[in-house]
Design a protein around this ligand. Structure first.
Ligand code: SF4
Ligand code: SF4
Length: 324
């Protein structure tokens, strides 16, 4: 039996809701298959008040061995570094986090807030929030750059706002099977098998991206959302078009730009408008592409765009109105 504890800091609870959406397996089947005992969870457990304190103290004192600590939300340090904005079971949550992280075999940060700071840590950050091991891109998080759990690993991040249930389960299952090591992780300590492709992989608008055919307004199937409408799918590492949400869709499939919610700088930019330079080209380029090659490629690609990409896929009069 493996013991798992789930705690929440400065959070909306969205990652818990996402995890509850897991379908095959669902969370109960998952816990059973991996022999997980859920020691406590803020939304799923019956214990409250002193009983929770007792469980946490037994973990800290070593009476209960902790295999996995899952943390959702930021570590709140305010006001003035005291952590008193987020008191929990008799003391600042940050103190529990420090003590429990020191004795846990593995620590997992679920969601962008726990990984990088996310929404609560955005400027002006009145709660003085930080991620567990990162503050945005830097190792400026609560536990510090050198932190290693008892099994010798840094905090394992499952970024996303929220993280997809399958990303959470895949990460936990690899941990529970003992199949995770530093080589499994990228530079932001996320599982490479989940975060090595961008949102663009599998996006049905990819062909428009390739020929630089951009949408100018929302509400159309035809066109890529990168050039004008703020899509960050070409530089956001996530498998959102490979592992679909609710097993059926993604933001870009329904015509909404990717907001870049798995990245360290989320949410500090305009979601629906592409920032451009003086030459009217997007300021942020696709991952790994240089400004020179992008400029050259765009001109060629646009002039080579096949005609069928420059007109609506279905003529207005051919459209079927499915709703009376
Ligand atoms: S930029 Fe966005 S809309 Fe365009 S292909 Fe990539 S993910 Fe799809
Ligand atoms: S499409 Fe982009 S913003 Fe939406 S969940 Fe995926 S990574 Fe996050």
């Amino acid at each position: 039996m493996k013991n798992l504890l789930w705690l929440q800091g400065g959070a909306c609870g969205g990652n818990t809701l996402s995890f509850l959406n897991a379908e095959s397996p669902d969370i109960l089947e998952f816990f059973e298959a991996y022999s997980v005992k859920l020691l406590w969870h803020p939304s799923l457990s019956l214990e409250s008040g002193n009983k929770v304190k007792e469980i946490l103290n037994e973990i800290v004192n070593g009476k209960i061995h902790l295999d996995v600590l899952v943390f959702e939300g930021t570590v709140v340090l305010g006001p003035n570094g005291t952590g008193k904005y987020n008191l929990f079971a008799g003391k600042p949550m940050k103190d529990w986090v420090r003590e429990i992280a020191n004795i846990a075999d593995y620590v997992v940060a679920v969601g962008d807030c726990a990984s990088f700071g996310g929404v609560p840590a955005s400027t002006p950050n009145p709660s003085e929030s930080v991620g567990l091991q990162f503050r945005n891109k830097e190792f400026g998080g609560f536990l510090g750059r050198e932190y290693r759990s008892r099994k010798g690993l840094p905090v394992i991040n499952v970024s996303g706002c929220p993280a997809h249930p399958e990303w959470i389960m895949t990460t936990l299952s690899m941990i529970l099977k003992g199949k995770i090591n530093e080589d499994s992780l990228d530079e932001y300590n996320r599982l490479k098998i989940i975060y090595s492709t961008t949102t663009q992989f599998g996006c049905p608008r990819n062909i428009y991206f390739s020929y630089k055919v951009g949408l100018k307004e929302f509400g159309h199937k035809e066109g890529c959302l990168y050039f004008n409408l703020g899509c960050k799918g070409s530089f956001t590492r996530s498998p959102c078009n490979l592992i679909l949400w609710n097993n059926q869709s993604s933001k870009t499939r329904v015509g909404t730009p990717c907001f870049g919610c798995t990245e360290f700088d989320f949410p500090t930019f305009n979601f629906f408008k592409t920032e451009k330079n003086k030459a009217e080209l997007p300021k942020q380029l696709p991952l790994g592409v240089s400004r020179g090659s992008y400029t050259m490629l765009s001109a060629i690609a646009r002039s080579a765009a096949p005609n069928f990409l420059l007109r609506p896929l279905v003529k207005k009069e051919e459209k079927v109105d499915w709703i009376d």
